[in-house]
Design a protein around this ligand. Sequence first.
Ligand code: 3PG
Length: 386
Amino acid sequence: MLSILNLNIKNKIIFIRSDLNVPIDLNGNIISDIRIKLSLPTIKYALNKGCKIIIASHLGNPIEGKFNKLLSLKKISIYLAKVLNHKVILKKNYLNGLKFKNNEIFLLENIRFNIGEKDNNAILAEKYASLCDIFVMDAFATSHRIHASTYGIIKFAKQSCAGILLINEIKNLTRFLKNPLKPIISIIGGSKISTKFNILKKLSELSDKVIVGGGIANTLIALNNNIGNSLYEPNAILLAQEIIQKYKNIIIPIDCIVSTTISNDSLIKEKKINNILKNEKILDIGHKTINIIQNEIKKAKTILWNGPVGVFEFKNFRKGTESIINAIVNNNIFSIVGGGDTLAALELFNVCNKISYISTGGGAFLKYIEKNKLPVISLLKNISQN
Ligand code: 3PG
């Protein structure tokens, strides 16, 4: 892919599509800023080259054509101005042109407020493209979406290229796909198995062992056990069975932490998976499962992890996730971690700098591993220097 680093961008108007879709609490505070931090190198590089900079991002999933204060990028513009120590102006009306006064950065208001963004409307994409000399795609986490600001714009921009974050993501994920040191352990958690069948199959083929946790594991456990009141997907049972029969390297929890409620004060019990009562929910893995996982991680040379194995937001259900983190950071292995909740867990335990590579992608990360391509990346690969 043509990189921003290989183009003459001096003094040009640059439109950077970043993914600044970060979790924000009800008081408007940014809960995790990893995605913003990892987007900064491209922005700083363009600043140093004297570029006039336009940044675009989505936040959440607003109804197109409707302003929604909760999903405004206002907070993000303030945050960016602080970390860049630079004037950042949030622009609401920009589709008919932007006039720079000095060297301010324009942050476009939530790009998904625009009608046609998610349908990849060509008129909208052309309008975005007309704002700039060079389009820089840096939103890896949105590169599985064929939207006007990620995909359509590339067809109309005078010149397009990839940003520093995007190049880095592809480099590291390719290292996992093409050149991994073995044994490889993949850990997949999260709530829904129905959305993860394909990635589970792919990881089972690529990895020596695949460890499952969270709601995904519950559906697999439910094949042969009563899982009480636990989260699982009854409609996915047959497909789960097919996976388990075909892939013998998938490790399912053998014991778990259960409770009837989910809070920091919940009464917890450790149980074998065949002994769960009707009113109990599985909320974390048990210590025997933790031992199995730790032993597997000790043997591994490469780890890929997406999705916590318990409800780690509550202190009594975080031991499983914490033990995985400790095993990864205490062993000298190449580790790739992605997905919003998993990154939040890394931040909670303050270990982000101990992971070999943190991917900003959630869905995009898994899709890229599954297919070894994404629509936007394929389009960018065909772009050369004009
Ligand atoms: C993400 O959070 O995975 C990306 O920002 C993409 O968001 P989306 O799933 O709403 O397209």
